[in-house]
Design a protein around this ligand. Structure first.
Ligand code: BGC
Length: 266
């Protein structure tokens, strides 16, 4: 089945690389106009926008730090100025600052919570205000707006040495569910995606060479994921094919969350 997001506008945060980049590409290929948000890396975001436009699509790269309220407000204002509406938010920006808990600095804690959790709240709030004003755009989508929160298997799997990251993603899970409970009556559809080990810049060390072989022991399906594995699900969840999917997290992890260490054990 062909998915069309024609006449819809999607904003993807953290889209200069990795899952966000692939999601922006996939949403544009499905016909959406895309806002490619980046924080520091302008060039890859702008290059993607140029490529989408060259292919006949609509795209704009906008810099903004999602942990800063003023930046987020400006990002959504510029989105409306450029494209006139907003239908899909992929709250994707995320980072890791790993350290054993005893050595973790408050700055490392705050940075990760600020981007991964507060950033998702600020972006969701800005999107909800727009969706409420817009209402359902007849003939465009059955929902008044869709939000996809990018979480992680670590919203469920505890992760030693990454307490800031795991706490942020645990927070994303209940942020997503509570928002979905709150705004579903306005026909706003909110869901999450929990990727496992996907090959991106965030985990190059863990996914390559010997470390990569060790990591495979945690993935029953036997391969590291690709960004497209996640991007395809983003397009599906954003589309009306998923119109009755509300407040759910889709795990895209090759079975990592199935506790494979227990195979033949205990
Ligand atoms: C992290 C990756 C990690 C994966 C599985 C993701 O959320 O960002 O670094 O490889 O979870 O542990």
């Amino acid at each position: 089945m062909q998915i069309s997001l024609a006449h819809q506008v999607a904003l993807i945060t953290g889209a200069s690389s990795g899952i966000g980049h692939a999601s922006a590409k996939a949403l544009a290929a499905a016909g959406a106009a895309v806002v490619i948000n980046y924080n520091r890396q302008a060039e890859p975001a702008e290059a993607l926008a140029r490529q989408i436009i060259a292919d006949g699509g609509r795209a704009l790269a906008i810099g903004a730090d999602v942990s800063k309220e003023d930046d987020v407000e400006r990002l959504f204002r510029q989105t409306l100025d450029a494209f006139g509406s907003l239908d899909i938010l992929v709250a994707n920006s995320g980072l890791q600052k790993d350290a054993p808990a005893v050595d973790m600095t408050l700055e490392e804690w705050n940075t990760v919570i600020g981007v991964n959790l507060t950033g998702q709240f600020l972006c969701a709030r800005a999107a909800l205000r727009i969706f409420n004003r817009q209402g359902i755009r007849e003939g465009v989508s059955r929902a008044a707006g869709k939000i996809i929160h990018m979480s992680s298997v670590h919203q469920r799997i505890p992760w030693a040495g990454h307490v800031n990251y795991a706490a942020s993603k645990g927070g994303v899970d209940l942020l997503m569910q509570s928002l979905a409970q709150e705004v579903s009556p306005q026909r706003i559809r909110i869901n999450g995606i929990a990727p496992g080990a996907i090959s991106t810049a965030i985990n190059t060390q863990a996914t390559e060479g010997e470390a990569g072989q060790e990591l495979l022991k945690l993935i029953p399906y036997g391969r590291i994921g690709d960004v497209e594995d996640v991007a395809n699900a983003v397009v599906f969840l954003a589309s009306d094919l998923a119109d009755y999917i509300v407040g759910t997290t889709l795990f895209i992890d090759g079975g990592m969350s199935l506790y494979p260490e227990f195979r033949g054990n205990g």
